[in-house]
Design a protein around this ligand. Structure first.
Ligand SMILES: [Zn+2]
Length: 262
């Protein structure tokens, strides 16, 4: 699943292609015909990322809400438009570019109150300048749930996905099974600041890079991550423990990240 940096990167890339343009919007695949009709022919005013949600705001007060889910993809090319590739749910054409969205988990048109409700239920996004980290701290510091689970809960803190979750906790030497209420304020501040730094790096390079000093490499994870899907810890050489939290693969070095006593 794309993590928050992918969505912010898409917003950054698509803004100059779409904002200020009257968009011709269609659904080549046919599953979004009514929705496309409600926003086609209007000016795109903003493209905003909140966690893993992308919102396109239009001059008629309507918003296109996209959540890619596990299989969704964006594709952007310069005009002229080519033949749609695969099942294109939404095609947006500006004077300069074509943006196609295939296989999104959510694709809907919201009015202003629907947009407000959606944004209100998404937790503070580490990549947004207007994020309120106090909101995340309030939820985490009161929770008996594991920090490894809370970091993936998009209503608590938005943008962190499965790979960043394992990497950030390893970097902060915090075991994923530690309960939220047992995380110190200081550790929370470090998690937040490290999340901002790592995800900003992810937006810049369009890749997850959590090893200090590493640059984008050809391999998918390779030398760019510390413990995700790795056999041993780069700090102490202990074997990495693999387990599941919230139905997703999680990794920890139980020498560097001491497991809580139960
Ligand atoms: Zn270690």
């Amino acid at each position: 699943m794309p993590e928050g940096h992918t969505i912010h990167r898409a917003a950054r890339d698509q803004r100059p292609m779409l904002i200020g343009h009257v968009l011709d919007i269609s659904s080549p695949q046919g599953r979004f015909l009514e929705g496309a009709e409600r926003i086609s022919g209007h000016v795109c005013k903003a493209v905003e990322a909140y966690g893993k949600h992308l919102l396109y705001d239009f001059s008629n007060g309507m918003t296109l809400h996209i959540h890619l889910g596990l299989f969704g993809k964006f594709r952007a090319i310069k005009v002229p438009a080519d033949e749609p590739r695969g099942a294109v749910r939404v095609r947006m054409i500006s004077a300069t570019h074509v943006v196609d969205i295939n296989g999104p988990n959510t694709c809907e048109v919201l009015d202003m109150s629907g947009r407000d409700k959606l944004v209100a239920r998404i937790g503070p996004d580490v990549l947004r300048a207007d994020a309120d980290r106090e909101k995340a701290w309030k939820k985490i510091s009161k929770s008996r749930s594991a920090i490894g689970q809370l970091l993936m809960d998009q209503a608590v803190i938005a943008g962190i996905g499965n790979i960043y979750r394992s990497e950030i906790l390893w970097r902060q030497k915090l075991h994923p099974n530690v309960a939220g209420k047992d995380v110190s304020r200081e550790a929370f501040e470090q998690i937040w600041d490290d999340s901002v730094a790592l995800l900003e790096k992810g937006v810049k390079h369009n890749a997850i890079i959590t090893v200090d000093g590493a640059v984008k490499a050809r391999s998918k994870y390779g030398e760019r991550v510390n413990i995700f899907n790795k056999p041993s810890c780069p700090a102490c050489a202990s074997a990495i423990r693999r387990f599941e939290i919230a139905k997703r693969r999680a990794f920890a070095c139980e020498t560097c990240q001491i497991a809580p006593e139960i």
